[in-house]
Write a protein that binds this ligand. Structure first.
Ligand code: ADP
Ligand code: MG
Ligand code: MG
Length: 895
């Protein structure tokens, strides 16, 4: 028959491995009992009962009643007390506990088994009536709230039991709850009962079994309360896991000065330091510590107040770590100097702390390297790299709004609303925060010139966020409570007005926006990498280095970076990139005067004019490539030919158009006409990618020439550099599109070799970013030397979902569970991922050694990286600051 309850105590049925069935709390209570820690005995009702409860109109399996009775009897025998005994009652706590801990989301009831008779028995037996009534009032409050539903009815209303208690405290002149004497507590009990009667029309139940079943039902009910549902949605916990219920003998931290209750971590969860960390309250029970009823003491103080219990705790601290082999977060209670353990679990921790604990536990031989690598969420390594606000200053700062934390780090500076203003301020040596409704490629100069970017629209994969991450810029986007008024040069939140030139500070790690300047400090790791600090001086750097060494030892995937400039390339190399997987050429056209030549090229009315304008651009591109080749010093560089629709390079308003007309010596009407002609309904699906190179082969020709002339130049330079250029054709769906482009590129390469009298090798490959390209990858592989999956466009075109417009419904889709995640942030493995798989299989079917990488945003996402590892890609390419994250994630995927 099915087993519905599992004992823990002298006899223990479960263990730590049974968390699915017993919940995390129940499984670990069993495990602690097994290894001889002092756990008050009890039993766990399984999560299967919860599933049954919800599948059967909130009824229990028939056999449960007998099973619970047996559990109670077993505990009674162990404790030598009876449940409901009027002279010496056994009391229980009834505690929830799901597979994953959901702190504070579900309900717990303490001191169950007290009624008007048993409370007297408890008082007599302990010779401590105050204690007995303190327990009773707590029980009635919790039971009244959780089981009988006596709660605040409106947001404005205070919690009713709390109000009754505060009223009484005022009447008798008590400040703390401990100031109430036994008579006060008796009065409180009767007022509580009256409150329940008044609110529910029912009496507080005196029958202890009725109490027990009421509490069990309430815990199961709480699995579906609003808080718990929202929490599960946020953390992706499935509703069908259910919660277990733990029925456990009460121990009392509220028996006077020799009793206490507390919570502790075996190490510091904020910075990972190997110190005992925690707090406790003397003469208190349960959630008093967390709820802040009184200010708790630091755990170190316990060594003075209760030296014996403290010593025991220290021994337990190391026993827990040696047994569970991870940092533990645990709850304890001391009853008349005797210590009891009530809970333990792997402690939640910050990024820095995760890294430090893994490295140190490996050193202490508590975990091997592979385990340590697996224990560090890949994301957390980046928290060692970002500049940080001076924490003391943050406390004093004034927060005004919150957006999405799109580009981690801390930035502070003058508010500017345009790229031009950002550049102007930058040239004067001022730091700026570029504030826009949203950004476009035109803002790039301003983004480069700014410390940080703030937008009021757009999500984590918006242009602003993408560029910010790539450039390692701090970015908060989609702060929708902010209203930007370009005309008046100000933005506002409610009645707070921020003018151009005012200072603000944005925290891209939390998404917070503050008024005024907050000083930042560069991370130590970055200072060491830049040679500004000695490695030996920075412990954080040593942690970083250790983890990165492990990562490189275990990973199979190569790690490249998306970089458009020598500076980005260099910073990525320092962070461990092994090449450039995507160098976008279009960003180069926005710098300085180049945009004029670019616009002249776009506006050209015939091929001859276009060629003339392209000739002006050639030297710029060539010198950019030289810079990148030199910076990459022999590492492979994948250069993507021009990709975006041409209209993105043109001015958007009439003033700018007129200025352009004047500059180029043409009429404003002509410029306006051309701009209109280039306008597209659906630019992302329009005249872009290799379609440009096929309509205007002279563009491809110029770009190929710039690349190969740069190769020739750096090869023959005074300090010759080895170069491995990989020319990449974007947006190929038909093999013929690629064939035309490849022919041009090969021809130009041969010409340049001949002209310059050198020989170099190079590759010509393609992006696979159109579903048709993936599906016909076998044909395409015939002409391509390599593939790079452009998973941004592949997702966009494969799902028929615009990256820039999906923000309006993705939230709802997540709520409805249609999509578990934003498919632009983490690859849709079952859909778009299958296109990648098909592309790999078909491509390698033709060329078994075909080099294949990925260069979309997904290249920096740990879960996507796992997928790319599994489908056998050679490398992933991500923005420079994500390189360490990708290295670690790749190792985790390979282990
Ligand atoms: P949560 O999951 O919200 O942490 P718990 O079930 O751990 O809820 O209970 C909350 C608090 O109640 C615990 O921190 C502990 O102090 C107290 N508590 C629970 N069970 C007992 C018990 N058997 N004896 C004494 N205190 C208990
Ligand atoms: Mg707890
Ligand atoms: Mg693309």
């Amino acid at each position: 028959s099915v087993k519905y309850t599992y004992l823990f105590g002298k006899k223990t049925d479960g263990d730590a491995k049974m968390r699915n069935l017993l919940g995390g709390k129940g499984a670990n209570l069993a495990e602690m009992a097994r290894i001889g820690l002092p756990v008050p005995p009890g039993f766990t009702i399984t999560t299967e009962v919860c599933a049954y409860f919800y599948a059967n109109g909130k009824k229990y399996p028939t056999a449960l009643a007998a099973s619970v009775k047996e559990g109670v009897a077993s505990v009674e025998k162990q404790m030598g007390k009876l449940f409901g005994d009027a002279s010496d009652p056994l009391l229980f706590s009834v505690r929830s506990g799901a597979r994953e801990s959901m702190p504070g989301m579900m309900d717990t009831i303490l001191n169950l088994g007290l009624n008007d008779q048993t409370v007297e028995g408890l008082a007599a037996k302990t010779s401590n009536p105050r204690f007995a009534y303190d327990c009773y009032r707590r029980f009635i409050q919790m039971y009244g709230d959780v089981v009988m539903g006596v709660q605040a009815r409106t947001e404005a209303e205070t919690e009713p039991f709390h109000e009754v208690m505060e009223g009484l405290k005022k009447e008798v002149g008590a400040v703390l709850d401990t100031d109430l004497d036994v008579e006060n507590l008796k009065e409180l009990v009767s007022r509580y009962k009256a409150l329940i009667k008044e609110r529910t029309g029912k009496q507080f139940p005196q029958d202890v079994y009725e109490q027990l079943w009421g509490a069990i039902g309430a815990v199961f009910d709480s699995w579906m309360n609003e808080r718990a549902i929202i929490y599960r949605q946020k953390y992706g916990i499935p509703a069908d896991w259910g919660t277990a219920v733990n029925v456990q003998t009460m121990v009392f931290g509220n028996k006077g000065e020799t009793s206490a209750t507390g919570v502790a971590f075996t190490r510091d969860p904020a910075n990972g330091e190997n110190v005992f960390y925690g707090e406790y309250l003397i003469n208190a029970q349960g959630e008093d510590v967390v709820a802040g009823v009184r200010t708790p003491h630091k755990i170190a103080m316990l060594s003075k107040e209760m030296p014996k219990a403290y010593k025991e705790l220290l021994a337990i601290r190391s026993k827990l770590e040696r047994h569970f082999r991870d940092m533990q977060d645990f709850e304890f209670t001391i009853e008349e100097n005797k210590l009891y353990m009530l809970q333990t679990r792997n402690g939640k921790r910050t990024g820095l702390s995760a890294v430090r604990i893994a490295v140190e536990m490996n050193k202490e031989r508590l975990m091997d390297e592979k385990t340590a690598v697996g224990k560090i969420p890949a994301e957390s390594i980046s928290s060692l790299l970002v500049p940080v606000f001076d924490p003391a200053a943050v406390k004093k700062a004034k927060p005004i709004a919150k957006g999405l934390n799109a580009g981690p780090g801390a930035a502070t500076g003058k508010v500017v609303f345009s790229a031009a203003m950002a550049e102007l301020e930058n040239s004067k040596g001022s730091k700026t925060i570029l504030c826009r409704e949203e950004t476009s490629p035109e803002d790039l100069r301003g983004m480069i010139a700014s410390e940080g970017i703030l937008t009021s629209r757009g999500g984590v994969s918006s242009h602003a966020a993408l560029v910010a991450r790539q450039m390692g810029k701090v970015c908060v986007c989609g702060a929708s409570s902010i209203h930007v008024d370009y005309a008046k040069h100000l933005m506002s939140v409610g009645d707070i007005v921020v003018k151009e030139g005012d200072y603000i500070s944005i925290d891209g790690t939390t998404g917070e926006i503050f008024l005024g300047e907050i000083p930042t400090v560069d991370s130590e790791v970055v200072r060491v990498l830049n040679g500004k600090m000695k490695p030996a001086k920075s412990y954080t750097y040593q942690l970083f280095e250790t983890v990165m060494k492990w990562a490189d030892k275990y990973r199979k995937l190569g790690i490249r970076t998306n970089a458009d400039s020598p500076a980005q390339a260099k910073s990525a190399l320092l962070l461990g990139a092994e090449g450039i997987g995507l160098c976008r050429t279009e960003h180069m056209f926005f710098e300085g005067d180049r945009i004029d030549s670019m616009r002249r090229m776009i506006l050209a009315s015939d091929t001859a004019e276009r060629k003339a304008a392209l000739a002006e651009l050639l030297p710029y591109q060539r010198s950019d490539f030289e810079g990148i080749f030199k910076a990459m010093d022999g590492h492979p560089v994948t250069i993507r030919l021009l990709d975006p629709p041409l209209h993105e390079f043109l001015p958007h308003d009439s003033a700018a158009r007129n200025a352009l007309a004047e500059k180029l010596g043409v009429s404003s009407e002509f410029v306006a006409e051309r701009c209109n002609a280039l306008k597209e309904q659906n630019p992302m699906l329009g005249h872009r990618g290799c379609r440009l190179g096929n309509s205007y082969p002279e563009i491809t020709e110029m770009q190929a020439r710039a690349i190969f002339e740069a190769v020739a130049k750096v090869m023959k330079g005074r300090k010759p550099v080895k170069v491995m250029p990989e020319v990449m054709v974007p947006l190929v769906g038909f093999v013929q599109e690629l064939k035309f482009q490849v022919a041009i590129i090969h021809r130009v390469a041969a010409e340049v070799m001949k002209e310059k009298g050198v020989k170099f090798s190079y590759m010509v490959g393609t992006m696979i970013e159109i579903p048709r390209g993936a599906i016909t990858a076998d044909e395409i592989a015939e002409v391509a030397d390599f593939f790079s999956f452009g998973t941004n466009d592949l997702t966009q075109t494969g799902l028929g979902m615009s990256r820039d417009d999906s923000g309006s419904f993705l939230g709802k889709y997540k709520e409805l569970d249609i999509l578990a995640k934003n498919p632009f942030a983490s690859i849709d493995q079952a859909g778009i991922g299958q296109l990648v798989k098909i592309g790999v299989e078909k491509g390698r079917g033709v060329k078994p050694k075909l080099k294949i990488g990925v260069c979309g945003e997904h290249g920096g996402d740990p879960e996507s990286i796992r997928f790319f590892n599994d489908v056998g890609l050679n490398y992933v390419s991500c923005s420079p600051p994500r390189v360490p994250v990708a290295r670690l994630a790749a190792a985790q995927a390979a282990i």
